[in-house]
Design a protein around this ligand. Structure first.
Ligand code: CA
Length: 217
């Protein structure tokens, strides 16, 4: 899942980003509203975590603009103010969810997963093909009941491939959804990770390479 985090308190932003990356999410961070709009225009995010009280362009205006652009990303607003009026205003602007500060990282993660499932096509909470199952909430990937012992990137890749339900996924799309903008676009990290993922999945093989196009399950 690819997340854009918009939060002007840099230390808080970096702490949240670290926590989300530990959960296997690809996270880009910006510290003001204008940068948020610029990033959202060039990258496909599953969820945008948007602090409400932002410098340069206020979070409410960012939200309004994202909704006007008909962005595919789901929007989760963060705010220091937890009154019902604030909540109603945020949702009125078109946000999909709302989380008052302070919050537990665990709750943010749970809400992001729920929103991610609602993004684009609804994805079932547990993904499976044949005897392989992947449960993002439990961070568990098993084949015939055996834990595959995947790294975070392998897990993220398998999640994207399973969610595509047989559609071919390009290496570029995998790089964008599983790594973040700091990933080197010329890297062979996708190819290498597919190799280790295949080895762990074992036989019979499930991931097919479509030469020049990408991968599919
Ligand atoms: Ca703020």
């Amino acid at each position: 899942m690819r997340v854009l985090l918009v939060e002007d308190e840099e230390r808080l932003a970096n702490t949240i980003a670290r926590g989300l990356r530990r959960e296997g999410m690809a996270v880009d961070v910006v510290f003001d509203g204008r940068s948020a709009l610029a990033k959202a225009a060039v990258n496909n995010y599953d969820v945008i975590v948007l602090d409400r009280n932002l410098p340069v362009v206020h979070g409410d205006d960012v939200c309004r603009e994202l909704v006007a652009r008909q962005t595919m990303a789901r929007i989760l607003m963060l705010t220091a103010a937890g009154s019902i009026q604030d909540r109603v205003t945020g949702l009125d602007l078109g946000a999909d969810d709302y989380l008052p500060k302070p919050f537990a990282l665990k709750e943010l993660v749970a809400r992001l997963r729920a929103l991610g499932r609602r993004a684009v096509a609804p994805v079932p909470p547990v993904l499976s093909v044949g005897d392989l199952t992947l449960d993002p909430a439990r961070h568990a990937a098993e084949r015939a009941g055996r834990d595959l012992g995947l790294t975070k990137k392998e897990f993220g890749m398998l999640e994207v491939l399973l969610a595509a339900e047989g559609r071919v996924v390009s290496a570029e799309e995998l790089l964008e959804k599983v790594w973040d903008e700091n990933a080197d676009p010329f890297t062979n990290v996708v190819r290498v990770t597919i190799m280790t993922l295949r080895r762990k999945i074992g036989d019979p093989p499930l991931i097919e390479t479509i030469p020049g196009v990408g991968y599919r399950i």
